[in-house]
Design a protein around this ligand. Sequence first.
Ligand SMILES: [Zn+2]
Length: 123
Amino acid sequence: MKKDLKCPMCDSSDFKEENGYYVCQICGNKIPVQSKADKQSKQSSEKQKKPLPDRLIRNGLIFLVLGIVLLLGIAIIGSAVYGRAYFFDGYFITRVLTTVAIIWIVGGFITIIVGLLMKFSQK
Ligand SMILES: [Zn+2]
């Protein structure tokens, strides 16, 4: 009768509600009606713990750091192998990697700003 409920013993979703329990019609396993509601409210409160602005800031930071690391990597490898850092004046691959790194840095930066703006406008 409860379609979204699954028996932990036999995986059946055939239940009947009885005296505050969902009773599995296959194996007789009983699940308190209350526990399912508790679980759902717990799950939704966990979701609320990580609001969108925090995720934006975290993801923005990841991309910002990745972009800086990539740019530094290009500079360090260029210096080590060719004696100087090549970005847009290097090989095709360094141009592509430099572009990707700059997109990550700018994108990460914008994402962090948007996240911060959202965070402060919520208060
Ligand atoms: Zn069962």
